[in-house]
Design a protein around this ligand. Sequence first.
Ligand SMILES: Nc1ncnc2c1ncn2[C@@H]1O[C@H](COP(=O)(O)OP(=O)(O)O)[C@@H](O)[C@H]1O
Ligand SMILES: [Mg+2]
Length: 332
Amino acid sequence: MDKNIKRLNGQRITDEELSDRLAVLDRIVVKHTRFNELHEAIRECHVLQSKSLNKKGLCILGDTGAGKSTLFKTYESFHPRETRVKKINNQTVTFPKVPVLRVELDSNSKPLNVASKMLEELGDPFHYKGTEKQLTTRLKGFIEDCEVELIIIDELQHLIDTDTQRVIRKAADWLKQLVNDVNLPIVFGGIKDDASRIFSSNKQLDERFPYKPSFPGFKYETEKEKKEFCTFLNSIEFKLPFPDNSELADPYLSEKLYYASLGIPRTLNHLLYHSTKIALKDGMDRIEERHLQEGFDQLSFETRPRVKNPFHGKVFDLRVAIASEKLTKSTK
Ligand SMILES: Nc1ncnc2c1ncn2[C@@H]1O[C@H](COP(=O)(O)OP(=O)(O)O)[C@@H](O)[C@H]1O
Ligand SMILES: [Mg+2]
């Protein structure tokens, strides 16, 4: 593999070089099969409905860390903003053309916060001023002026972090009204069970989103699933800031990497980030299993208290490891 990356050959790495190489880990985006399928679903939602009277939305629900936000950011980056100059009352004003308006909701968002966040994204200097009604009215005006074509609302579950039915119903009503009024294609993203509750409280909203594809993490049971995960590992390997191959996709390591991450790209990224740092500080030109072992120990596994470090230099059986983790859990 020739990636034209300077060899360290055991030499000490400078802090600058180290931070440059670690920054690569934040930028790795692999266009894997599910990523491409969902990217195409968003594209179709965006471009194929311009002549439809009642626009349908798309709701992508998935595991946390599977890659929803990465997908949305990638789609947005393909449709960059432009600056437009308009004459209003003989005055020249500039404002952005925003083909894709993407917002990520903060925890405990209310409709007022959503409207405010969208206005902020569209450059409204007074996005924090006004009642829910005023902000929503202003938002509709901004959406038109900025020639928005597609709206992406990510982390939808934060609109219903609370459990009260009244709040959920109110949020669903507000969304339904917004969807009807702007009549643009809208893409929602969120965590599966949490975000889908919003649709059960409003039938009309639900009908506007007939397609709710899922975006799960990788699986590792069938040959096809194994191949997909290994292809993903291979693509990441190719982008890692090392000149030599770490053989991550080799069955010996791929099974261990699957166990460590359970197929969730975010966990895998964290593991590789720590392991890369350790290997580079060691002056190495590839990741070795001992770096993964140390990197693994730096992760926090709040939801997997009985997880065991699989990077012990010995052959590993994924089935046995998963079963024994479950077994210890159920006999707790
Ligand atoms: N397609 C991908 N290629 C490489 N890494 C990815 C990809 N998708 C996600 N990741 C990694 O997982 C992390 C979490 O992804 P994110 O999109 O925030 O997940 P979600 O929004 O589904 O919770 C990203 O920061 C990135 O490190
Ligand atoms: Mg996200």
